[in-house]
Write a protein that binds this ligand. Structure first.
Ligand code: 16G
Ligand code: ZN
Length: 532
């Protein structure tokens, strides 16, 4: 029998909302939690089949990241810790939407088409969840799906998304990447951080961490004791308020201000995680202007690139190829800093972590960050071997640095320690880091249109292809705002809107440019663009 007790399970997990199309998008399934039970049950089946087809352990994380508390979602993790293979994203969408009565046939067809061996393979799925109220009951639906498909599972309970990615990779590499447990994660990262900072002049470091009222709070409480000899933390938004509301990385980045509950003090580093702790931004109060200053994913990229370049040079390894991967949202001045000051190659890819990760993998060292604070650094096996062969102090530092990085996916805890270790090593204040370059003033807008899919783009989303004439109209408007102005539009992958980004020499110009481009989008998308 292909599936166990399917009739009983279908009674438990019927598709109550066939009118809602559930799409496995840029970051997995995401929707109102109460619409996701059948999707989660079916994803348990899918993950089990993926495990058989790869002959590896698959991960499933239950989370909706920076979205509101009443949402939830699923992210499926490949055996190497990366995000679900693209061809399987389509299968996930198909299984999620098939009518109840056709589910068994759909799965039987899939098994046949993909030639999945059900007899001689063992399927294993690791699952974990964030702190949302709906997450425990969705976990049960997921485990039922795995059981229905004769799979084995291990439930890790509460974890951050990157912790589950890490554990899945460790388990599939037979422990080579690390011990496949939460404790193993804390030990590896804290050991690397303490070794990397042991020779620095600064005494103790201190950080205020906004945990977005999410899972990061509980995990930081567990991590902190391992690091206490070098760094201490004040944890705020630890679950006393609503998840991602008025706090968290997305709030801080979008509103360009600190969380509602914080009053910024001088000489103090602040960070905000998102709800599942895979994104991070830094900020501080600059005493010269008394204002909030944000250090986003682009600034983190610039800092990492500068540090690695210096270490590689000092280790005599300057022939290693290193690239910085960004998206169109990267601030123009960050791209300029990377190419003109650091003289490094930068590349631009479409929005979504999987695109950045994929491009970074093609280089010997690939640094990737989205401006919104999601990113990591990838080192090829060859580079790691080359570094391990050098015996100088800088090469040893590089090895500790590599151990501090979660190479599976962006990780707020790991990225936080990376930044603090680099500042400590380079003896830089946060203000000095901030001064690497000055962000061009920018503005993000969203426009609701009848159908966002009428907008199509090319050139890593920097040029609009359809509706015809819209790009020409945008170019014309941009030209009115001087040589530093830039603007692009793209349909959102997670919301029913078109996003507009604009940057220009002054804040007022950026705001005006965004507004004008927004009007163009509205008119063209609603079919009245020809008047321009
Ligand atoms: C998802 C992506 C994030 C991207 C965002 C864009 C992952 C894990 N997350 O959250 O990288 O920046 O979508 O959202 O890939 P948008 O398409 O609505 O602008
Ligand atoms: Zn997230």
């Amino acid at each position: 029998m292909l599936l166990n007790n399917l009739d009983d399970y279908m009674k438990k997990y019927p598709n109550k909302r066939p009118d809602i199309i559930q799409q496995y998008g840029t970051a997995g399934f995401r929707n109102k939690a109460d619409t996701l039970f059948h999707v989660t049950f079916r994803s348990g089946i899918l993950a089990t089949l993926r495990s058989r087809s790869t002959n590896g352990i698959i991960g499933v994380m239950i989370t909706a990241s920076h979205n509101p508390e009443e949402d939830n979602g699923l992210k499926i993790i490949e055996p190497d810790g990366s995000m679900l293979e693209q061809s399987w994203e389509k299968l996930a969408t198909k299984i999620a939407n098939i009518p109840d009565d056709n589910l068994e046939q759909c799965i039987a067809d899939m098994v046949k088409e993909l030639n999945i061996n059900l007899k001689d393979t063992v399927a294993k799925v690791y699952l974990a969840r964030d702190t949302r109220k709906s997450s425990p009951s969705l976990s049960i639906a997921l485990m039922d799906g795995i059981k229905a498909c004769h799979g084995e599972f291990q439930d890790f309970g509460l974890l951050t998304t990157p912790q589950l990615h890490y554990i899945v990779r460790c388990a599939n590499s037979n422990g080579q990447y690390g011990e496949p447990s939460e404790k193993g994660y804390y030990e590896k990262l804290s050991h690397a951080f303490l070794r990397l900072t042991e020779h620095s002049k600064q005494q103790k470091l201190h950080l205020i961490v906004d945990c977005a009222n999410g899972v990061g709070a509980q995990k930081m409480k567990l991590m902190a004791p391992y690091l206490i000899e070098k760094i201490t933390f004040d944890l705020i938004n630890i679950g006393d308020g609503t998840l991602n509301l008025g706090c968290g990385a997305d709030f801080v980045k979008v509103n360009q201000r600190q969380p509602d509950s914080i009053e910024l003090k001088s000489n103090q580093h602040y960070v905000s995680f998102d709800g599942d702790a895979d994104r991070i931004v830094f900020y501080y109060r600059n005493d010269r202007d008394g204002k909030f200053h944000l250090l986003d994913g682009d600034k983190i990229s610039a800092l990492v690139a500068k540090f690695l370049q210096q270490l590689l040079n000092e280790s005599g390894l300057n022939n290693i190829e290193m690239i910085v991967v960004q998206t169109a949202y990267a601030n123009g001045n960050s791209t300029k800093y990377i190419s003109d000051t650091l003289k490094l190659i930068s590349d631009c890819v479409p929005t979504g972590v999987k695109h950045l990760h994929h491009r970074a993998l093609q280089s010997e060292i690939g640094i990737y960050f989205e401006a919104n604070g999601h990113g990591t650094i990838l080192f090829s096996d060859n580079v790691q071997k080359q570094i391990a062969k050098c015996s100088n102090e800088n090469a040893k530092k590089l090895l500790h640095f590599i151990d501090l990085v979660n190479q599976t996916v962006g990780d707020a805890i790991s990225d936080m320690l990376i930044v603090e270790a680099i500042l400590d090593n380079l003896n830089l204040t946060i203000d000095e880091w901030d001064s690497f370059y000055q962000d061009l003033p920018n503005k993000l807008l969203k426009v609701a249109v009848k159908d966002r899919n009428v907008i199509t783009t090319t050139d890593a989303e920097r040029k609009c292809v359809k509706p015809e004439g819209l790009q020409m109209a945008i170019d014309k408007v941009v030209a009115e705002f001087g040589p530093q102005a830039r603007s692009f539009i793209r349909p959102s992958g997670t919301e029913d809107v078109v996003r507009i980004y604009a940057e220009a020499q002054t804040k007022e110009m950026a705001d005006n440019l965004a507004r004008k481009v927004g009007n163009l989008v509205y008119d063209f998308a609603n079919g009245i663009g020809s008047k321009f």
